[in-house]
Design a protein around this ligand. Structure first.
Ligand code: ZN
Length: 327
């Protein structure tokens, strides 16, 4: 096959040269690398749901191989038939599949500890086999240590802005503030941060997030706008654009990975996706935190706040601004 600049090279060398040019263009346009392709994106999503739903850098990093090559400088250095041929030997660095469709350019804004990937699988296994023994895993112990240290340093703060909380409208004709407190213990199934029987108050920073978190097709919901009149020690598990210290990196790994950001997978009693979040809530309560702030799994830019041990009488710490009924 004719070649613009590489007539002297063997076929094998041309494959490697093409790969080098491709990598060079990726680097120069994005200063990042290929994270995953269309064939392994689901697996990445399962491990890092918080990054997939909250990090716009990942969403901006989406492209197809055809679009990339069309706009790349390889067009200057290779004939179309060379591009056609050698692009077939480009592979996804994550799963090794031929890079012939879509892919994502992205790097986590911090170095994910190499042992974290194994720990994700080990913790998931332990959470389903023997959840009370999570502390036998080194990562779980590190999470406890980091949260205890954060608890020592945290100061009570007032919650900026109003919060929203949704409830099914059926059987609640005239909703009042008391209807938006913690539910009575006998009605509480296990949730993202609460054990069964332990009533917490789940709030969202925006009405649409509160609605998205709870909405089921065909049902109407009251969404209350609530002002919190108290100072809280808040454990911040929101995805952030940077993390530098080992503690910050660990918190971002929690916030972005399936450990704390797994979407709810089904109805019923078995909610293994919530085992580690309930462990984190126990750590937070033990460390003196009143609340956890975390990213919504239902609404990409949504922020949630869960009050870990709210007083029985909601009027002692909150006031009602108003209620809207949706849809
Ligand atoms: Zn792949």
């Amino acid at each position: 096959m004719r070649s613009k600049y590489f007539e002297e090279n063997t076929e094998e060398e041309r494959v490697l040269i093409f790969q080098d040019y491709f990598d060079r263009d990726l680097e120069s346009f994005f200063s990042s690398r290929i994270l995953c392709c269309g064939k392994c994106h689901d697996e990445f999503n399962a491990r890092w749901p918080g990054t997939v739903s909250h990090d716009v850098e990942l969403q901006y990093g989406y492209m197809t191989i055809d679009d990339f090559l069309r706009n790349s400088r390889v067009q200057d250095d290779f004939y179309p038939e060379e591009i056609e041929r050698f692009s077939k030997s480009l592979t996804c660095p994550n799963c090794g599949s031929v890079l012939d469709g879509e892919f994502w350019i992205y790097e986590h804004p911090f170095d994910v500890p190499p042992e974290f990937s194994d720990a994700l699988d080990e913790i998931a296994g332990l959470a389903s086999r023997a959840p009370f023994l999570l502390l036998t895993h080194a990562l779980a112990r590190e999470v406890l240590d980091v949260i205890v240290a954060l608890g020592v340093a945290a100061l009570p703060q007032s919650v900026v802005g109003t919060q929203f909380r949704a409830r099914k409208a059926a059987n609640l004709p005239s909703p009042a503030l008391t209807d938006f407190g913690a539910p009575p213990a006998h009605l509480v199934a296990e949730g993202r941060y609460n054990h069964a029987g332990h009533g917490m108050i789940y709030l969202a920073a925006a009405e649409k997030t509160a609605f998205a978190e709870i909405a089921t097709p065909g049902d109407r919901f009251h969404v209350a706008e609530i002002s919190l009149n108290t100072s809280l020690k808040i454990l911040d598990l929101q995805p952030k654009p940077e993390a530098e210290t080992p503690a910050e990196i660990l918190i971002q790994c929690l916030a972005r990975s399936s450990l704390c950001s797994a979407p709810r997978t089904g109805e019923g009693w078995v909610r293994r996706e919530y085992v580690f979040t309930r462990f984190v809530a126990d750590c937070a309560i033990y460390a003196g935190f009143d609340a956890i702030s975390y990213g919504s799994t239902k609404h990409p830019s949504g922020a949630n706040l869960v009050l870990l041990s709210p007083a029985d009488d909601v009027a002692t710490f909150a006031s009602l601004i108003g209620v809207r009924t949706l849809p």
